[in-house]
Design a protein around this ligand. Structure first.
Ligand SMILES: O=P(O)(O)O[C@H]1O[C@H](CO)[C@@H](O)[C@H]1O
Ligand SMILES: [Mn+2]
Ligand SMILES: [Mn+2]
Length: 397
C-alpha cells in the first residue's frame, strides 16, 4: 500500500511569519495564544497525540517559545517541523494550493475597507443581470454579525447582503426560505462571472435561516472558486490513475480540479468520521485530503478561544482511531493553511507558520528543518506516491 492523507486544520497557525508585520500580524500566534489563554484560565491544554507527533516542538521551532503547558522534548512518533508561506496572501486558496505545489505569486484582488466596498459598476451589473431590487451591506463584515444586523431588512426587502473580508472574496448572504437557496446560488453564479476582471478568488453563497433579528447560517454554504492556475498534487495523483478523495471544502477550494471523489460533512467530527472511513477503504496510490473548517469558521474568525481549544481537544482525542486504520506504506501529514489567531484584533486570518507533522508506519521520527514553502509538503507526498514531481517544493523526507 502506498496512500497519502492530508489532515488540514483550517487556520491552525503556530506563530507569526518573519514578514507578518506587513500584514499587521507581527506577534500573532494561533496555537500559542490559545494555550496561554487556557493556562491562564486554570485549565491548561493537553493534546497528547498531537504533542507526541511533535506539535509543541514544531511550534517552538516557529516562535522560539514553548506553548503554555507543552514541553515534550523526546519520544516523538512523527517527523515534525513548520513551513513558511511563499504566496503573497494569507487566504485559504493560497495556503491549500501552495501545499499542493502551486504558490500564489500573483496578487489577488481585494475589495477596499470603504462603504460601499464593491465598485459601483460591479453592483449595478449584478443588480441588473440578477434582477435584484438592490443590496444591503456592501462592506467588510463578519458573516455571523452582519446577518443579525441586516437579516430583518433583507427579509423585508429581498435585497441580498453583500460583504467581504481581508480575503479575496465576495460573499452573498440571503435567507434560505424567504429569498430561496436556488435563487441565492443563481445570484452567486452571475457574480462569479462578474468578479473575474477583479481577480477575486471566490464568491461564497452564505444562506441563513431564522427570524426577528435572530439568524443562523446553514450548512448550505457554497463556494464558487477560481481554479488553480496550474496542475496541483491533486492533478498529478489523478493523472497517474490514483483516487483523489476530497473531504469537506477541499473540492471547492480546488474548484474540483483533480478531485475524483467528493464527500461533504457538517462539522469537524462528522468529517473525522468520513476520514476514518476513507482510511478503511481508500485504494492504493490514493490521496485523501480533508479540511477541518470549524477551527477557522466557528472559532478563529469568531475570536472564540474556548471554542478553538475545545475543537483541538476533540480532534486530538480522535487521532488514534485514524492511526489504527493506517496500513504499511501509508503516510499522513497534519498541517494548516494560514493562522486565525482568536486573540487577535478584528476577525481576519493571521500570517503564520503552519505545522508539518508527518506520521505513518514507515515515517522515522525526527525534527525537520523549517520549510521555505508550504509546497514542500506536497512535494513529499508526490514522492511518496511516486507521481510526477510538483513544479514547486522539495521533499522533506
Ligand atoms: O465572517 P465569515 O463570513 O465567516 O467570513 C470568513 O469566511 C470567508 C471564507 O473562508 C473568509 O473570507 C472569512 O472572512
Ligand atoms: Mn482557511
Ligand atoms: Mn477563514
Amino acid at each position: 500500500m502506498s496512500r497519502a492523507f492530508i489532515l488540514l486544520l483550517d487556520s491552525f497557525g503556530l506563530g507569526a511569519l518573519p514578514d507578518a508585520d506587513k500584514y499587521g500580524d507581527a506577534g500573532a500566534n494561533t496555537f500559542g495564544h490559545i494555550a496561554a489563554w487556557a493556562a491562564q484560565e486554570g485549565k491548561p491544554m493537553s493534546l497528547p497525540n498531537l504533542e507526541k507527533l511533535g506539535l509543541a516542538a514544531a511550534a517552538r521551532q516557529a516562535c522560539g517559545e514553548w506553548a503554555a503547558g507543552f514541553h515534550q522534548r523526546d519520544g516523538f512518533t512523527g517527523a515534525y517541523g513548520v513551513a513558511r508561506e511563499q504566496s503573497t496572501g494569507k487566504d485559504t486558496q493560497s495556503g491549500h494550493w501552495e501545499i499542493a505545489g502551486v504558490p500564489v505569486l500573483f496578487d489577488w484582488g481585494y475589495f477596499p475597507r470603504t462603504v460601499p466596498s464593491f465598485p459601483k459598476e460591479l453592483t449595478e451589473k449584478l443588480q441588473e443581470l440578477a434582477k435584484l431590487p438592490g443590496f444591503l451591506g456592501n462592506c467588510h463584515a463578519s458573516g455571523t454579525t452582519i446577518i443579525n444586523e441586516l437579516g430583518d431588512e433583507h427579509v423585508a426587502t429581498a435585497k441580498p447582503i453583500l460583504y467581504t473580508s481581508a480575503d479575496s472574496v465576495l460573499q452573498i448572504a440571503a435567507h434560505e426560505e424567504h429569498f430561496g437557496l436556488a435563487r441565492l446560488y443563481e445570484v452567486c453564479e452571475i457574480a462569479y462571472e462578474l468578479v473575474k476582471p477583479y481577480n477575486i478568488g471566490r464568491v461564497i453563497a452564505r444562506p441563513f435561516v431564522g427570524a426577528n433579528g435572530d439568524y443562523k447560517r446553514t450548512a448550505n454554504r457554497h463556494d464558487y472558486a477560481v481554479p488553480p492556475p496550474s496542475p496541483t498534487l491533486l492533478d498529478h495523483v489523478k493523472d497517474a490513475g490514483g483516487d483523489v478523495i476530497a473531504l469537506g471544502k477541499i473540492s471547492d477550494i480546488f474548484a474540483a480540479q483533480g478531485v475524483t471523489k467528493l464527500v461533504k460533512g457538517p462539522d469537524n467530527m462528522a468529517l473525522f468520521d468520513r476520514l476514518v472511513e476513507a482510511a478503511d477503504s481508500a485504494p492504493d496510490h490514493s490521496l485523501t485530503f480533508v479540511n477541518f473548517v470549524d477551527f477557522d469558521m466557528m472559532f478563529g474568525h469568531r475570536r472564540d478561544l474556548a471554542g478553538y481549544a475545545n475543537a483541538l481537544h476533540e480532534l486530538d482525542a480522535r487521532l488514534p482511531e485514524f492511526m489504527a486504520k493506517m496500513k504499511d506504506g501509508d503516510i499522513a501529514v497534519i498541517t494548516a493553511d494560514h493562522g486565525c489567531d482568536p486573540s487577535w484584533t478584528g476577525s481576519d486570518h493571521t500570517r503564520e507558520h503552519i505545522p508539518v507533522l508527518f506520521f505513518g508506519p514507515g515515517v522515522a521520527p525526527r525534527a525537520l528543518p523549517t520549510a521555505d514553502t508550504f509546497s514542500d509538503i506536497g512535494a513529499t507526498l508526490a514522492k511518496h506516491l511516486g507521481v510526477k514531481p510538483l513544479s514547486n517544493g522539495t521533499p522533506l523526507l
